[in-house]
Design a protein around this ligand. Structure first.
Ligand code: NAD
Length: 372
């Protein structure tokens, strides 16, 4: 018997009771083909046709509820490639100068912003002013003030703002959250989040403060911050942080190479985290309570994610994160669905407030209180 069927048999009854989302279950391999989807479809334009934009576009081809219909780029040849690859009509293609004209295009519902971090704020505000829903990559922007401005613009224009937190829809992540909520781990007192990779090309935007807003913390450390919050299930009330820099030539002032940080939570739980651009194979979450533990290794990469608890390994099937994310985001935008872990602007803002506080803690060497 396939592990998928095994898995389905094991969890179907409890899933019904516990409302595990449909995408975790999917259809069994030997089930008759699913009915064609005839519900509402979110028509999406992607802004920024770089490495991650291409990944999302590819994954969206398998989404049922989200369809790639437009593209925004400063490079005409990329637009031509996407037009022929994804059947995007000329009238749905824009550049960074003229995309405000989206307001006159009734065939696009939402724009997914996948550009360098520091550009997100102005781009999101322009998209919102054009009356389109905004999906924005993480980090939502480069500080809490800019994040708040994005939220305000989306509210003013009555459009939704979602942040590309793909792990919030990842089945093993959700199962560990469910078990923690059900009390299987007992009283949780400790989380460890280790997030990093060795960054290559020293000339790339990720190593320029004016485009990245920082260094590893904005890019990869944010997974540990966000993970600490959804794994522990509380909002932190203080942060301490220490920075280490071994290569000041590559990591200029304002671009963090490695930061260790600690978050304190109201229950007394603490998170101890590492964010770095100087170590590979660093992608681990560990959650410990007085009755059990959960480990995810890898915890936030594109997958397959691996997870185990003191009771054994979780054998959920791998899903393409961005396919599921786009289906679920379409449900949130078009049908008002509520995700298990939020992905809205307020959620993105909380992470930005923590990042602001981490940078302040590094600078002052002091414990910084947090009010999220
Ligand atoms: P990338 O460099 O591969 O692509 C960035 C795109 O933005 C390019 O097409 C580039 O031409 C365009 N661009 C527009 N204006 C630019 C400017 N002034 N300078 C430089 N490039 C400009 O980067 P990426 O890896 O696709 O990252 C883009 C965003 O996606 C970032 O915010 C990043 O944090 C996020 N991201 C998220 C995930 C995830 O798993 N959620 C993964 C990778 C990247």
């Amino acid at each position: 018997m396939s592990s998928r069927r095994n898995f389905l048999q094991k969890i179907t009854a409890s899933a019904i009771a516990l409302q595990i989302p449909d995408f975790v279950l999917g259809a069994p391999e030997d089930a008759s083909p699913q009915e064609p989807y005839e519900g509402p479809v979110l028509r999406v334009a992607i802004m920024g046709l770089g490495s991650y934009g291409n990944r999302v576009a590819g994954a969206m081809q398998s989404s049922q509820k989200a369809k790639l219909v437009g593209a925004i780029s400063g490079t005409p040849s990329k637009l031509r490639d996407w037009q022929s690859k994804y059947g995007i009509p000329e009238k749905n293609c824009y550049n960074y100068e003229n995309f405000d004209a989206l307001k006159d295009n009734p065939d696009i519902d939402a724009v997914y912003i996948i550009t360098p971090n520091a550009l997100h704020k102005d781009q999101a505000i322009r998209v919102a002013n054009a009356g389109k829903h905004v999906i924005c990559e993480k980090p939502m922007s480069i500080n809490a003030k800019d994040g708040q401005a994005m939220i305000d613009a989306c509210k003013k224009n009555n459009v939704k703002l979602l942040v590309g937190y793909r792990m919030h829809f990842e089945p093993k992540t959700l199962e560990i959250i469910r078990r923690r909520k059900e009390g299987e781990l007992g009283k949780v007192l400790f989380f460890q989040g280790l997030c990093g990779f060795i960054i290559g090309d020293p000339t790339q935007w990720r190593l320029k403060k004016e485009l990245a807003g920082g260094g590893a913390m904005m890019d990869i450390g944010i997974y540990a911050i966000n993970g600490a919050r959804y794994m522990i299930g509380e909002e932190p009330i203080w942060v301490t942080a220490q920075e280490t820099k071994t290569n000041p030539e590559k990591f200029k002032p304002g671009v963090d190479e490695t930061i260790q940080f600690q978050l304190g939570f109201p229950s007394g739980a603490v998170a101890s985290c590492l964010s770095t651009y100087s170590l590979n194979n660093l992608d681990r979450f560990f959650l410990n309570g007085d009755k059990g533990f959960a480990e995810m290794l890898p915890s936030t990469g594109y997958g397959p994610i691996k997870a185990r608890t003191n009771k054994g390994e979780l054998d959920y099937p791998h899903v393409t994160h961005q396919t599921v994310q786009m289906d679920e985001m379409a449900g949130i935008i078009l049908e008002g669905k509520k995700p298990i872990v939020p992905v809205d602007g307020e959620e993105g803002l909380k992470d930005l407030k923590i990042i602001d506080a981490i940078f302040l803690a590094v600078k002052t060497g002091k414990k910084v209180p947090l009010k999220l």
